[in-house]
Design a protein around this ligand. Structure first.
Ligand code: SAH
Ligand code: SF4
Ligand code: F3S
Length: 439
């Protein structure tokens, strides 16, 4: 542990998914409301919150190397481990790394009390999982970026055999409709022009009235000052008709869908407990494309799941070729303690084979991403200006299809402008401004 003292400055470092980014922002707001000052340099902070990810082994080990680095270069900070590693390993982290605070993703509203306990000299651990208690206990949103995250759903009941999320984030819960709409309005008042609705299975969001995620999206469509709505991550099994129809009918809903498939072979999908098949997944995409022909599709893939043969891996490649994704994430399978797949030892895929499969998959995905970006050349589209680029006068914004667009403009951060796309590369576009749409 650090020497007992009350921290005056803090730094939050988030790893992993967008929900962790959202949680990190909210922890920052909470500590600022306690009178602490946020600082950019972790090594100078009195309190460092490591908001961790447990999804793959590498992500988890990062926590321990970060703790070591802070001990060596930092200002003898109080260290709080938050996020999914905190939930999974709990008090073991105190035993292994002598940190001051361990707080799970559903308990971080208790952070000020835990910090006070640690400041008095006793390590504090809180990994309780009350359903949505934390949201009601957090301070109001203040200043946010033009594109803001808003958690609407948490947890997962799907239990894919490789995945830790059902254990670290708990059962699926949906936040109440009114609380979400209120937070969306507060975000817009605080500067948001785009809201990205977040959930581990965001399209499973529902309420007692059965309004479904599409009902929520339609309510947000009526929020004045909000220009764009996105949502992530969705599960194929929760991709209902109403949501697909919203893509055809709700103007503010952006033409982008992140719908992970993980693998292209039915045998592997079954072993993963994905509960959709290759064919049912492709049929969902057909319906989505019929509703919104220009939709950009995105996905996640795992290569080298236990027992995956070369022929089964080829089925992943042929699925990729059949879909033509705009962008994707792809990972080597990582065995996670406590998950059923970690016990599957038959057909273990060697490190070399995994590397080779990932490289081949990424070659297909990169090819398609570049083709998608090139296909936007010559089109005129809206771009939401999100931040400054590297050069003077250069700004970076996002197209409706979530591509990064670099351009020269005197538009301000948060402006929506009309842009003609001039060039498309592997990871970005460039364009020229035509008209300012909204400030
Ligand atoms: N709820 C989302 C995302 C979960 S985590 C979904 O259902 O798709 C994000 C991605 O990490 C997953 O889609 C999967 O591709 C990857 N992932 C999860 N567990 C993994 C593991 N044990 N090894 C490698 N990749 C994993
Ligand atoms: Fe993990 Fe599967 Fe749940 Fe996604 S759906 S969070 S991959 S268990
Ligand atoms: Fe990681 Fe937890 Fe998100 S394990 S991906 S931080 S839900």
């Amino acid at each position: 542990m650090s020497a007992p003292r009350n921290p005056k400055t803090f730094h939050v470092k988030s790893f992993g998914c967008q929900m962790n980014v959202y949680d990190g922002e909210r922890m920052g707001e909470l500590m600022a409301a306690q009178g602490m000052t946020p600082i950019d340099d972790a090594n100078a902070a009195d309190l460092v919150v490591l908001n961790t990810c447990h999804i793959r082994e590498r992500a988890t080990e990062k926590v321990y190397s970060d703790i070591g680095r802070l001990r060596k270069h930092g200002n003898d900070p109080m260290i709080a481990v938050a996020g999914c590693v905190a939930q999974a390993e709990g008090a073991d982290i105190v035993a292994r790394a002598k940190v001051d605070v361990v707080v799970g993703p559903q308990a971080y509203h208790n952070l000020p009390g835990l910090v006070a306990q640690a400041a008095a000299g006793t390590a504090a651990v809180d990994t309780d999982m009350p359903a949505t208690a934390k949201f009601g206990a957090l301070p109001a949103r203040r200043k946010v970026s033009p594109s803001a995250f808003l958690t609407v759903q948490e947890g997962c009941d799907k239990f894919c055999t490789y995945c830790v999320v059902p254990y670290t984030r708990g059962a699926e819960i949906s936040r109440p409709f009114d609380a979400i709409v209120d937070e969306a309005k507060a975000l817009v008042d605080a500067g948001a022009r785009e809201i990205i609705l977040l959930g581990q299975n965001v399209n499973a969001w529902d309420d007692a009235e059965g309004r479904g995620l599409h009902g929520l999206i339609r309510a947000l469509d009526r929020v004045e000052g909000l220009h764009r709505i996105r949502y992530t991550t969705s599960h194929p099994n929760d991709m209902r008709e109403g949501l697909i129809r919203a893509h055809a009918e709700v103007e503010k809903l952006m033409p982008f869908l992140h719908l992970p498939v993980q693998a292209g072979s039915d045998r592997v999908l079954k072993a993963m407990n994905r509960s959709h098949s290759r064919d049912s997944y492709l049929r969902i995409l057909d319906r989505v494309r019929a509703a919104r022909p220009d939709i950009a599709l995105s996905g996640d893939f795992i290569v080298g799941f236990p027992g995956e043969t070369d022929a089964e891996f080829e089925e992943t490649l042929s699925l990729v070729d059949a879909v033509g994704y705009a962008q994707c994430f792809s990972f080597k399978y990582s065995p996670r303690p406590g998950t059923p797949a970690a016990e599957m030892v038959d057909g273990f895929v060697s490190a070399e084979a995994m590397d080779e499969r990932l490289q081949r998959l990424q070659a297909h995905l990169n090819r398609d991403q570049e083709a998608f970006n090139r296909a936007t050349i010559g089109q005129t589209c809206h771009v939401l200006v999100e931040r400054r680029g590297k050069f003077a006068g250069q700004m970076l914004g996002k197209s409706p299809w979530l591509q990064s667009v670099y351009l020269e403009t005197d538009a301000a951060i948060g402006d929506m402008i009309q842009v003609e796309i001039r060039a498309g590369y592997a990871n970005s576009l460039t364009g020229v401004e035509r008209v300012k749409i909204a400030a």
